[in-house]
Design a protein. Structure first.
Length: 101
């Protein structure tokens, strides 16, 4: 998915659990929080709700770095359930949105 976005001419910054998968890409983040800090939209492609929570919460999670108004988009099979606690997250002053496809 990232390759096609880059090929279409859109700027991206990427982070992955397996850094080797990022080898073809120039702009990468060192952590989920760093990714959140430089992104206008964050797309999560993970396996389940536990993965979403692991990548979004805590001091190194995406939400720790997100600015107000940044949107998060998550691909299935996760559910919207992890977003329930986001109202207390640092970025919540800008009403981050959660889109599930």
């Amino acid at each position: 998915m990232a390759r096609r976005i880059v090929e279409a001419g859109y700027g991206t910054t990427l982070w992955a659990r397996r850094s080797a998968t990022l080898a073809p890409f120039a702009d990468t983040a060192g952590s989920p929080a760093e990714l959140g800090a430089v992104s206008d939209m964050v797309c999560l492609c993970v396996v389940d709700d536990a993965d979403v929570e692991q990548l979004t919460t805590g001091g190194d999670g995406v939400l720790a770095g997100m600015r107000p108004g940044v949107c998060s988009w998550c691909t299935p099979p996760s559910t919207p359930k992890p977003a329930v606690g986001w109202s207390s997250a640092p970025a919540s002053s800008g009403s981050p949105c959660w889109t599930h496809r």
